[in-house]
Design a protein around this ligand. Structure first.
Ligand code: SAM
Length: 187
């Protein structure tokens, strides 16, 4: 999948996400999954509106254990985040242009802000975004849309270890194997 959908461009863009419409108390699991997917697929950061410190702390704990510098940053004014972003703002929506159609434009961008909604998306977002992009024209999920989008534009899941990881998985055909920083330093 990775190289199939990503035409030749400047290389792998850096990606940040903005998750809108998070409902503290109702959405913590879904929003946590979105952040985990964003981190695992190579995004640098996820802005969260409205802020939810519990989710930011949960992802900070994941980064301490599994490495990397991914962070969740709460934002009160999402319009400002979009307006001040220094790159291409991509709103993921089933009503947008197909991912295949906008792939050449995405490949030329070096910095992307990927905006995903929740139950209801503020209508203003369609006009504020640089491009509205559909991952298929059927309703599904912000987690699914973000995963497919990140895989396509970044060319797959980063294979390498996340820097500073306390734990690293050693792939096995069967069973589980995890190498810890402590066991590495003893060798
Ligand atoms: N009725 C909502 C709307 O106005 O878009 C759908 C909300 S959907 C449960 C939550 C989010 O998932 C959307 O805001 C969008 O970011 C993402 N999403 C769902 N289906 C998508 C698709 N086919 N393509 C791109 N993004 C999608």
């Amino acid at each position: 999948m990775p190289s199939r959908a990503r035409p030749k461009g400047r290389g792998v863009p850096s990606v940040e996400l903005l998750r809108l419409g998070h409902r503290a108390g109702r959405d913590p699991r879904l929003t946590t999954h979105l952040a985990l997917v964003a981190r695992a697929f190579g995004a640098r950061r996820m802005y969260l509106h409205p802020p939810d410190p519990a989710i930011a702390e949960r992802l900070a704990a994941v980064a301490r254990r599994w490495g990397g510098a991914f962070e969740v940053v709460g934002v009160d004014d999402w319009r400002r985040t979009v307006r001040e972003f220094d790159g291409l703002v991509v709103h993921l929506t089933m009503y947008g242009l197909s991912l295949e159609r906008v792939a050449p434009r995405l490949a030329r961008a070096s910095h992307l802000l990927v905006v995903v909604g929740g139950a209801k998306v503020p209508p203003a977002l369609y006009g504020l975004a640089g491009v509205n992009v559909a991952v298929g024209h059927q309703p599904h999920s912000e987690v699914g849309a973000a995963a497919v989008f990140l895989d396509r534009v970044r060319g797959g899941v980063p294979a390498s270890e996340f820097v500073g990881a306390e734990c690293t998985i050693v792939p096995r055909a069967r069973g589980k194997s995890v190498r810890t920083a402590r066991s590495r330093s003893r060798r």
